[in-house]
Design a protein around this ligand. Sequence first.
Ligand code: KIV
Ligand code: ZN
Length: 514
Amino acid sequence: MKKSKIFVFDTTLRDGEQTPGASLNINEKVQIATQLDALGVDAIEAGFPCSSPGDFAAVGAVAEHVKRPIICGLARATKKDIDAAAEALKKARRPRIHVFIATSKIHRQYKLHKTKDEILRASVDAVKYARKRFEDVEFSPEDASRTELDFLARMVEAVIAAGAKTVNIPDTVGYALPEEFASTIRYLMNTVPNIGKAVVSVHCHNDLGLAVSNSIAAIMNGARQVECTLNGLGERAGNAALEEIVMALKVRKDILGGMTTDIRTKELLKTSRLVSKLTGIIVQPNKAIVGDNAFSHEAGIHQDGILKKRVTYEIIRPQDIGCKGSTLVLGKLSGRHAFSARLKTLGYSLSGEELDQAFARFKNLADKKAKIYDDDLAMIVEAELATIPEVYKLIDFQVTSGNNIRPTANIELVFEKKKLRATSSGDGTVDACFKTIDKAIGIKGRLVDYKVRAVTSGKDALGEANVKIDFKGKLVIGRASSTDVIEASVLAYVNAINRLSGSVGKAKSSRKGR
Ligand code: KIV
Ligand code: ZN
């Protein structure tokens, strides 16, 4: 299959910034543009220079700082707008101007009060004027999808003859249906005599939720540039989401194999999060590709499938978009398989009957609580196992710390009647204690989570310490209480090691028994 490159024209900083409630300062626009560069987009529409002094300055700043992609400025079909764009883009290494004028009957009649011929002449004049300042001129007949097809074809032919290198066909109000939009692109490809001299682009809005489908349909019929935004931001219901188009092309290679983009998909999640943080527009959890739930599985049947073979319920490898991995959310719909898999990663290995009892407790709790956390699981299992064997026992500990000395701990433990002693220092009192225990026992734990809370009140309040330790990839929880929080922490760490020893011992003996 012949490969065709699809140019990704990102308009997050222009149409995306038109999202109600989103507004970016210059520094934020440069930060996003820098990340869009890392993502590998071909062109960045940085703003509409004539629309405000802020936009003018932002386009200038992006043009100055981001050098690889094309930097584009939007302009109406007037000399004033074109001059402002030329001025704003003067530091760009690869500048482009994007000139637009509305062409549909509704816009001609109610907004512009101009005839078809007047619009055609204004467009040609604007493109010719723009070409005097820019090598790279893009033209958009706004509301193209509601424009009479024969007039649209005349417009496209005339602006290409006037020097436009890219002709963008916008579905400005998100009105088109995929097959209808596909046939508009097909019609232009087959009817406009000089169409081969320009890149055909599309710019789809999402008013009917069809922006991505329409963009893909256009690509399948000859469009070679897509205009899109991160997280689907944009005017009203937004624009086509960049991450969705790119991943559709990648995942459905079987059908769309000839079309590739230069997007580094592993940067998608990072870029989406940056855009969300800086615009203040939260990504809905169930948003395709970049939503928090895009790789989370809740239903027991799905979790069971994922544990057996990931592809049963995932069409994208989470790592391909820069996500660490899939998550199995433990809740009332979770099954035994996911429950016991999570327990294993927490260092618990329960036998058949113990597992049945613990699973029943878990289901009871899940009926009352929407999300079950690792601490809840630890409580459930402890209630089941009653006690953790004290393989290692704390005999004595001493810590020296102060504002001018590095904290040091001396610890003595007993293991199978043998005394284990060590001294070590650390970045804090707790760190010094944990390092000393590791040294005495000869293991290495990495602290993943640490919480201390008062469980009673008053000066002699009982403090409870919870630790989550990673022992060579095995996550183990430890818990203990004392009136001294350092002692509670030391005991919690020893408790985690005892759980680890218990589960390793159990796993070994159950393997032998087979
Ligand atoms: O939606 C639209 O038509 C636009 C144009 C300026 C391309 O944003
Ligand atoms: Zn738009």
